[in-house]
Design a protein around this ligand. Structure first.
Ligand SMILES: *Cc1c(COP(=O)(O)O)cnc(C)c1O
Length: 353
């Protein structure tokens, strides 16, 4: 007798960082420590629940149009989804549909191999260099697709835009996706290159730099025909993805570029101070173009530090994975949260002497 279980697909899922409730210092999932733009709160407060009896815009048109104005592209060059996780998942499903393997770094956003497995996309991982940087020469080959997070996570390191262009130029045989989840924290976007390279897709998210992780909004910008192909797959799966509240909140967020700029600059300022402060405590981190630091201590194992911080209600991210198992990914919080982190680290370091 066969079991009903024989017909059930078993996959190994992505493991998100912990989301503890209560008063903790949460520096483990790269959320923004500052609230979203005030206009978002105003829109939410003024939302009429009666509107929710109707389906939202299937084409997410009002948000697509605002994004197209903000980024200087045509609405037909913008795809919007439920966080960039949804956007990138749809890209895997629609653009990585050939027989050839896709390529991405061995150390990067740990969702890429999960989507590849889920959508049965063959893939190869390309090792980062010893210093965690990407060498585009390592990607020479004939691929079904390439995806790079830039700046990369969890390393925080940016691949120079000239190298990004080189990568896109060398791979006209496939779609090259640049996942720019962190680009607003000092990185250079590849978006201006989309006119020149129809095989380039750039994805961004409202989760980090726009403080809207809880609202789930992400988008891709690229060639019209490619964006249409992704939309066709979306409409074949779930037509109404973003809810009405998310659409209006996204539009409200884009309406306040000054606030956006100010909060990004604040995070950057705290990050640079944190890198200096951590260095005094015996840590080293690569130069970061993100809202986190990828830290290693000269003598104390990362896993031990993570556990000790957790006892003190401070959460940072640790992976027990080859090549990064002595590193902590520390999200940049407010200056007050970071001060509490330094105090806790000093205590932990002193107790190890
Ligand atoms: C956070 C993150 C995403 C996805 O964010 P969403 O919240 O789904 O928009 C995608 N790529 C990288 C590298 C990230 O760090």
């Amino acid at each position: 007798m066969s079991s009903f279980f024989d017909n059930i697909r078993r996959v190994t899922p992505y493991v998100p960082g912990e989301q503890p409730e209560g008063k903790v210092i949460k520096l483990n999932t790269n959320e923004n420590p500052y609230p979203p733009a005030p206009a978002v709160g105003e829109i939410l407060a003024a939302t009429d629940a009666d509107l929710l009896k109707k389906y939202p815009e299937a084409d997410i048109g009002s948000l697509v149009r605002e994004l197209s104005k903000t980024y200087g592209v045509k609405p037909s060059q913008v795809f919007v989804g439920v966080g960039s996780d949804d956007v990138i998942g749809m890209i895997f499903l629609s653009c990585f549909a050939g027989e050839k393997p896709i390529a991405f770094p061995d150390i990067t956003y740990s969702f890429y191999d999960v989507w590849a497995e889920l959508f049965r996309v063959p893939y190869r991982t390309i090792p980062l260099k010893e210093d965690y940087t990407i060498d585009v020469n390592d990607y020479d080959g004939d691929w079904g697709g390439v995806i790079i997070a830039n700046p990369n996570a969890p390393t925080s390191i940016e691949l120079p835009i000239s190298d990004v262009e080189e990568l896109v130029k060398r791979h006209p045989e496939c779609i090259v996706v640049i996942d720019e989840a962190y680009v607003d924290f000092g990185g250079t976007s590849a978006m201006p290159l989309i006119e020149k390279y129809p095989n380039l897709l750039v994805t961004q998210t409202f989760s980090k730099s726009r403080s809207l992780a809880g609202m789930r909004i992400g988008f891709a910008v690229g060639n019209e025909a490619v964006i249409k192909a992704i939309n066709d797959v979306k409409y074949s799966y779930n037509s109404y993805t973003l809810n009405r509240t998310a659409i209006t909140a996204g539009v409200a967020s884009l309406s306040d570029p000054e606030y956006f700029k100010k909060t990004c600059e604040r995070v950057i300022r705290t990050r640079e101070a944190a890198r200096a402060e951590l260095s005094k405590l015996g840590f080293s981190c690569p130069e970061s173009k993100t809202n986190f630091l990828f830290a290693t201590h000269e003598s104390i194992p990362a896993e031990y530090i993570q556990k000790e911080l957790k006892k003190r209600d401070i959460y940072v991210r640790y992976w027990n994975k080859p090549r990064i198992n002595n590193r902590l990914r520390i999200t940049i919080g407010t200056d007050e949260e970071m001060a509490a982190l330094y105090a806790a680290l000093k205590e932990i370091i002193a107790s190890c002497r």
